[in-house]
Design a protein around this ligand. Structure first.
Ligand code: SF4
Length: 432
C-alpha cells in the first residue's frame, strides 16, 4: 500500500482565505493524504497568506519558516495576498528556494512547478468552507475596483469579479445537503457583486434566499455606499437574511475619509445606520475603524471618537494604521507615530467594549433564535442569535445544529467584559 503523504494547511487573514483554504484542502482527499496540524512534520505545507498589515505579513513569514524548520525537505506551497505581492521575499525564506512554490492562481494549486508570478490572478477560484457543521463561508466575489489609498488588496486580488448567481445557488444547495443551516456570504467587496455578470448583490440575496435547507445568511461586510435603502428594507422582511451588519467606517472625519479615497461621508454612514435601526431596532451593527491614518490629528481622532460614541454601533473593529508598500498613503506626509496610533486604537477598543456591553444589555429579556453549535466545553454549548449575540447554555446533544427559540437571561462577564449571554431554552424550531 502506498504511503500517505502528510499535508498541513495554514490560513492567515480573512474569512475569504478561510473558505479558500477549505476548498483547496478538499482537493487533497483522505485516501492519498493524511491531514496533520501545521505544528507537525508534514510532506506538504500549504500556506494561504495575508498582506493586510505588516503584522499579518510577519505571521506569514513565521509560518513558512516554521514549516521549513519542521521538515527542510517538505514542499511548501504559498498562495494568497502576501505571496502575490512579494513572491521574492518568500523564496528567500528557505535555504533551498526550490522547496517553495508560490502559486498566484489558487486553481493551479495542484501545479507545484507553476512559475513564480506577481501578477494578480483574474480567474475566479470558487470556494466555500466545510468542516464546521453549523455554518459555511461561501465566497461570492473576489477582487476590488476601488482604490482606497491604504489598501493593497486590489494589487493582490485583482479586479472585481464573480461567478454567475446560478452557480452560487447550486453551491448553497450543496452546502444545505451537508446539513449546514447558516451561510456567511463572503468576498472582498461583496456589495460590488455582479460587475462581471451584469447582476447586483441584491439579486444574489434574493436568489440565495430561495435555497431550501439554508435557514440563515449573514452578510460578512458591505461598504456603506453599496448598502442601499431598498436592500435594508427588504432585509428587514426577509426571514433568512440576518439582522447583522458589518460596515466599514474607517474614520469619522470627512477629511480623513477623503484622504483614504473612501466613497462616502460620515453623514451617509450615519444615515445607513439610522435606516437599519429604524427597520430592525435590535440589529447588530459592527463598524471597522483605522486609527492614526496619515494626517489624522488629535482633533480628527476626537471627531471619530465622538461620532462613534453618539452613533453607538454594537461593536467597533479597530485597526491601527499600517503603511503598506506600494500604496499612496505610505508616501503621505504627516505619518502618525506608532505609539500614538496604538493609543488611539486602545481608546476606541475601550469604547467598543462599552458599546457591546450596552448592546447585550438592551437584549436581555428578549426572545431570540439561536443556532447551536456542536462543541461541548465544560458541560456547556454555544451558539449565536440572529443578531450575533453569543449565548451559552447547558450542553444538550439534541440541540446541536438546531435552531432554538430562547430567552436571553443574563450577561456573563470576565474582568468586566461581556463574553456571552446565558439563555433559557424555550423550544426548538428548526424552520426559523
Ligand atoms: S474597498 Fe477599499 S479597503 Fe476594501 S478591498 Fe477595496 S480598496 Fe481595499
Amino acid at each position: 500500500m502506498a504511503v500517505k503523504q502528510k499535508i498541513a494547511f495554514v490560513t492567515l487573514g480573512c474569512k475569504l482565505n478561510f473558505s479558500e483554504t477549505s476548498t483547496i484542502a478538499r482537493q487533497f482527499p483522505e485516501p492519498d493524504y493524511e491531514r496533520v496540524p501545521p505544528t507537525e512534520q508534514a510532506d506538504v505545507y500549504v500556506v494561504n497568506t495575508c498582506s493586510v498589515t505588516s503584522a499579518a505579513e510577519r505571521k506569514c513569514r513565521q509560518a513558512i519558516r516554521r514549516a521549513a524548520k519542521l521538515n527542510p525537505d517538505a514542499a511548501i506551497v504559498v498562495t494568497g495576498c502576501y505571496a502575490q505581492l512579494r513572491p521574492h521575499e518568500i523564496a528567500a525564506l528557505h535555504q533551498d528556494a526550490s522547496k517553495i512554490t508560490v502559486v498566484a492562481d489558487k486553481n493551479e494549486i495542484y501545479a507545484p512547478h507553476a512559475p513564480r508570478t506577481a501578477a494578480p490572478s483574474e480567474n475566479f477560484f470558487a470556494a466555500y468552507s466545510s468542516g464546521d457543521r453549523t455554518r459555511s463561508f461561501l465566497k461570492v466575489q473576489d477582487g476590488c475596483d476601488y482604490r482606497c489609498t491604504y489598501c493593497t488588496i486590489p494589487l493582490a486580488r485583482g479586479k472585481s469579479r464573480n461567478i454567475p448567481i446560478g452557480k452560487l445557488v447550486d453551491t448553497a444547495e450543496a452546502i444545505a445537503r451537508k446539513g449546514v443551516k447558516e451561510i456567511v456570504i463572503t468576498g472582498v467587496n461583496i456589495g460590488d457583486f455582479g460587475k462581471s455578470t451584469g447582476d447586483t448583490f441584491f439579486d444574489l440575496l434574493k436568489a440565495l434566499h430561495g435555497v431550501e435547507g439554508i435557514e440563515r445568511y449573514r452578510i460578512s461586510s458591505i461598504e456603506p455606499n453599496l448598502l442601499t435603502h431598498d436592500m435594508i428594507r427588504w432585509i428587514a422582511d426577509a426571514r433568512k437574511i440576518l439582522p447583522h451588519f458589518h460596515i466599514p467606517l474607517q474614520s469619522g472625519s470627512n477629511k480623513i475619509l477623503a484622504a483614504m479615497q473612501r466613497r462616502y461621508t460620515r453623514e451617509l454612514f450615519a444615515q445607513r445606520v439610522g435606516e437599519i435601526r429604524h427597520a430592525m431596532p435590535y440589529a447588530f451593527i459592527g463598524a471597522d475603524v483605522i486609527t492614526g491614518f496619515p494626517d489624522e490629528t488629535a482633533a480628527d481622532f476626537d471627531d471619530t471618537f465622538r461620532f462613534l460614541r453618539q452613533l453607538a454601533p454594537s461593536f467597533v473593529h479597530v485597526f491601527p494604521y499600517s503603511p503598506r508598500p506600494h500604496t499612496p498613503a505610505a508616501a503621505y506626509g504627516n505619518q502618525v507615530a506608532e505609539q500614538e496610533r496604538m493609543r488611539r486604537s486602545e481608546a476606541l477598543t475601550q469604547l467598543s467594549h462599552s458599546l457591546l456591553h450596552d448592546f447585550y444589555k438592551k437584549n436581555i429579556g428578549r426572545d431570540e433564535y439561536v443556532l447551536f453549535e456542536h462543541t461541548e466545553k465544560n458541560g456547556c454549548m454555544y451558539g449565536y442569535t440572529r443578531n450575533y449575540i453569543k449565548v451559552e447554555t447547558s450542553y444538550d446533544a439534541a440541540l446541536t445544529g438546531q435552531i432554538a427559540a430562547v430567552r436571553l437571561s443574563d450577561m456573563l462577564r470576565v474582568k468586566g467584559d461581556v463574553l456571552s449571554v446565558m439563555c433559557e431554552e424555550l423550544r426548538v424550531k428548526s424552520d426559523v
